[in-house]
Design a protein around this ligand. Structure first.
Ligand code: NAD
Ligand code: LMR
Length: 336
């Protein structure tokens, strides 16, 4: 009835909203997939002048969707207006790589966007705004955003590696012919790039006889130590080759998973992978945005501590950290 108490709407910004991930993501947000079926939302969509007409088309479709949870839409090319009072910011804006490129090849174009938008978020977003950077190179764009928006709490600035995490779950489920929802606690360490380290050493599958470690279920160590890792590392490139466009529906779904779990919490006994600011856990240089296993509670993430790291893992975790250090100095060289 009309006397039922309703939650205050949450304002969600999507940058690059006229692009392909935006087109898959925005209806998911409007349907409550990201924040839950009882959470009204107001969606702010930002894109650049050249995409203004396409953005208006998405705005018309949002109205045509008659989404019960959607309490308002702002479609704009004005960064300040887009960032105004937003509680959550999903940063898709930028240029994607094409076939044959590494993700860091788009860096020169994209890091300057993240420096400029850091300032806009700092000035106009809600003080506790949670930020998720998706545009590549995702970790380094998030690092630039963090460094140029010092008044946003650094724990509120994250990047997307949940897609890689979900890809790893999917590969294990396919190999074992199990339901993907029964597989958990894979880890993506490091950069959202081909140096990322997908780690199954702590992953389990829930079976009729309880939780069994993936290493015990998959006797084929060679597959786990080679093909599994490269398949996950190269999955983005495989999608680009097949679709001629980078992943979009799986990226949008992973964005919803990332924000959903960050805001509403991870289930007991389960962790997920998020690109977050390092404070030195597992020997990773403080200040880098590095993907770690995290649990979330009350809107805050914390890194899972005390996992045993063998030599094979150590080398791979360090290699991807080194790439992030290189990307950081490259990014600063572009910013001049
Ligand atoms: P897309 O080219 O379809 O859309 C990007 C949109 O950003 C375009 O509409 C463009 O006009 C807009 N844009 C460009 N500069 C902007 C600016 N300064 N402000 C606001 N908007 C701006 O690309 P897409 O396929 O939607 O991918 C978006 C980004 O996400 C790419 O960088 C892609 O590589 C990355 N990506 C990351 C992951 C991940 O897992 N982290 C997964 C998939 C894609
Ligand atoms: C992905 O992982 O699918 C995206 O980062 C797009 C890309 O460039 O691989």
């Amino acid at each position: 009835s009309s006397t039922k108490m309703e939650k205050e709407p949450v304002k969600v910004l999507v940058t690059g909203a006229a692009g392909q991930i935006g087109y898959a993501l925005i209806p998911m947000i409007a349907r409550g997939v990201m924040l839950g079926p009882d959470q009204p939302v107001i969606i702010h969509m930002l894109d650049i002048e050249q995409a203004a007409e396409a953005l208006h088309g998405v705005e018309m479709e949002l109205i045509d969707g008659a989404f019960p949870l959607l309490r308002g839409v702002v479609a704009t090319t004005d960064v300040a207006e887009a960032c105004s009072d937003v509680n959550i910011a999903i940063m898709l804006g930028g240029i994607p790589r094409t076939e044959g490129m590494e993700r860091k090849a788009v860096m020169s174009r994209n890091v300057s966007i993240y420096k400029a938008q850091a300032l806009a978020l700092e000035q106009h977003a809600a003080a506790d705004c949670k930020v998720l950077v998706v545009a590549n190179p995702a970790n380094t764009n998030a690092l630039i955003l963090k460094e140029f928006a010092p008044s946003i709490p650094e724990k509120n600035i994250t990047c997307l590696t949940r897609l890689d995490h979900n890809r790893a779950l999917g590969q294990i489920a396919e190999k074992l012919q199990e339901h993907v929802s029964d597989v958990k606690n894979v880890i993506i360490w490091g950069n959202h790039s081909s140096t990322q380290y997908p780690d199954v050493n702590h992953a389990t599958v829930t079976t009729s006889s309880g939780e069994i470690s993936v290493r015990d279920l998959i006797a084929d160590d060679k597959w786990l130590n080679t093909e599994f890792i490269t398949t996950v590392q190269q999955r983005g490139a495989a999608i680009i080759k097949a679709r001629k466009h980078s992943s979009a529906l799986s990226a949008a779904s992973a964005v919803c998973d990332h924000i959903h779990d960050w805001v509403l919490g991870t289930p007991e006994g389960t962790w997920v992978s998020m690109g977050v600011c390092s404070y030195g856990s597992y020997g990773i240089t403080p200040g880098l945005i590095y993907s770690f296993p995290v649990t979330c509670q009350n809107g805050k993430w914390s890194i899972v501590q005390g996992l045993k790291i063998d030599e094979f893992s150590r080398a791979k975790m360090d290699a991807t950290a080194n790439e992030l250090l290189e990307e950081k100095s490259l990014a600063y060289s572009f910013l001049g």
